[in-house]
Design a binder for this molecule. Structure first.
Ligand code: NAI
Length: 293
C-alpha cells in the first residue's frame, strides 16, 4: 500500500511480540496469524474459561490443517508454542504491538484503551480491530493518540488476506508504517484507509445485504443465492459468510448505521447468530459443519 505524503525514511517500529486482547471469533484468528508467521503472541481474555475456549479453537483449527496434510507435526508444534494465553492484562507490558478485538462497544473499547495505554511501554502501537467505531474516539482515551491505528482483519482472520489499516486523525506515519510492516510479515495484503464509515470492504459489500433480503422475499432460497454467487466467482456466498462472521455482528453494524434487514434481524432476534449458535441461515452440527439443506 502507498500512503500519501509518507516520508520515504519512515521506519516501522520493531515488533517481536504481539498481544491480542479478546479471544473470540476475531482474536483467535488474529493470534493464529502471528503464530503462523513465527511471531510470539499472547491472547488475553477476561476469564480462564473464555481463554481456554479461545486457545482450544486455535488448536482445533491447526489440527484440522494437520489432518488435511497441509501442516506438518513439527510446524504445528512450532506454531502452538508461539501462542500463549493470559487472563492478566499486565502481559501488555511485554508487547511491542497490541491488537484489541473485544466487543464492538465504544465504552468498552475506550476503557480498554485507557488501560492498555497505562500498561504498554511508551512507543508501543495500540491497534483496534473495530469494524464500525471511530478510531479517533478510541485514540482519545489514551495519552498516545499518535500511536493508535485501526487494524481491521476479516473473518476468518487466519485465512483472509485483506487487512485494512485505518489512519486516525492523530496516527503518525511511524504507527501506520508499523501496522503495514506487521501486516506484510503475517502474510496480509494491506490497504490504508481513512477513519470512515465501514472502511472499504464492508462499505462496498454492505449493499449486498439489502439485495439479499429482496431476493429472498422475491422467491430465492439462501442456498441458491449463495450457490449463484459462488459459481459467479465469490469465494463464499453472502448467507454462508454471514453465518461464519456472526449475524449478530451484521445486526450491530446495522444498528450503528440506522439501517434495517428485517429477515436477518428476525434470525438474530430468534437467537440464530450463525455457526456460533449452531444455526443462522443454515443449520450446523457441534463442529460447525453445515448440515444438508
Ligand atoms: P466475539 O464476541 O467473538 O469476541 C469478543 C471477545 O472479547 C469475547 O471472547 C470476550 O470475552 C472478549 N472480551 C471482552 N472484554 C474483554 C476484556 N476486557 N479483556 C479481554 N477480553 C475481553 O467478537 P468478535 O466477532 O471477535 O469481534 C471482536 C471485534 O472485532 C469487534 O470490534 C468487531 O467489530 C471486530 N470485527 C469482527 C468481525 C467478524 O466477522 N466477527 C470482522 C472484523 C472485525
Amino acid at each position: 500500500a502507498r500512503v500519501p505524503d509518507m516520508p520515504a525514511e519512515t521506519h516501522p517500529l520493531p515488533v517481536k511480540r504481539a498481544v491480542v486482547i479478546g479471544g473470540g471469533t476475531m482474536g483467535g484468528g488474529i493470534a493464529m496469524s502471528f503464530a503462523n508467521f513465527g511471531i510470539p503472541v499472547t491472547m488475553v481474555e477476561q476469564t480462564q474459561e473464555a481463554l481456554d475456549r479461545g486457545l482450544k479453537k486455535c488448536e482445533a483449527n491447526w489440527e484440522r490443517t494437520l489432518k488435511s496434510g497441509r501442516l506438518s507435526e513439527a510446524d504445528y508444534a512450532k506454531r502452538r508454542a508461539l501462542l500463549t494465553g493470559s487472563t492478566d492484562m499486565g502481559v501488555v507490558a511485554e508487547a511491542d504491538l497490541v491488537i484489541e478485538a473485544v466487543f464492538e462497544d465504544i465504552n468498552v473499547k475506550k476503557e480498554i484503551f485507557a488501560k492498555l495505554d497505562a500498561i504498554a511501554r511508551p512507543g508501543v502501537v495500540l491497534a483496534s480491530n473495530t469494524s464500525t467505531l471511530d478510531i479517533d474516539a478510541i485514540a482519545s482515551a489514551t495519552k498516545r493518540p499518535e500511536l493508535v491505528v485501526g487494524m481491521h482483519f476479516f473473518s476468518p482472520a487466519n485465512v483472509m488476506k485483506l487487512l485494512e489499516i485505518v489512519r486516525g486523525k492523530a496516527s503518525s506515519f511511524e504507527a501506520i508504517a508499523t501496522a503495514m510492516d506487521v501486516g506484510k510479515r503475517i502474510g496480509k495484503v494491506n490497504v490504508v484507509v481513512g477513519n470512515c464509515d465501514g472502511f472499504v470492504g464492508n462499505r462496498m459489500t454492505g449493499k449486498r445485504g439489502f439485495q439479499l433480503e429482496r431476493l429472498l422475499l422475491e422467491g430465492a432460497l439462501p442456498a441458491d443465492i449463495d450457490r449463484a454467487m459462488e459459481t459467479y466467482g465469490m469465494a463464499m456466498g453472502p448467507c454462508a459468510t454471514g453465518d461464519l462472521a456472526g449475524l449478530d455482528i451484521g445486526a450491530a453494524v446495522r444498528k450503528a448505521r440506522g439501517t434495517k434487514a428485517p429477515i436477518a434481524d428476525a434470525l438474530v432476534a430468534a437467537g440464530r447468530y450463525g455457526q456460533k449458535t449452531g444455526k443462522g441461515w443454515y443449520m450446523y452440527d457441534e463442529k460447525r459443519t453445515r448440515l444438508p439443506d
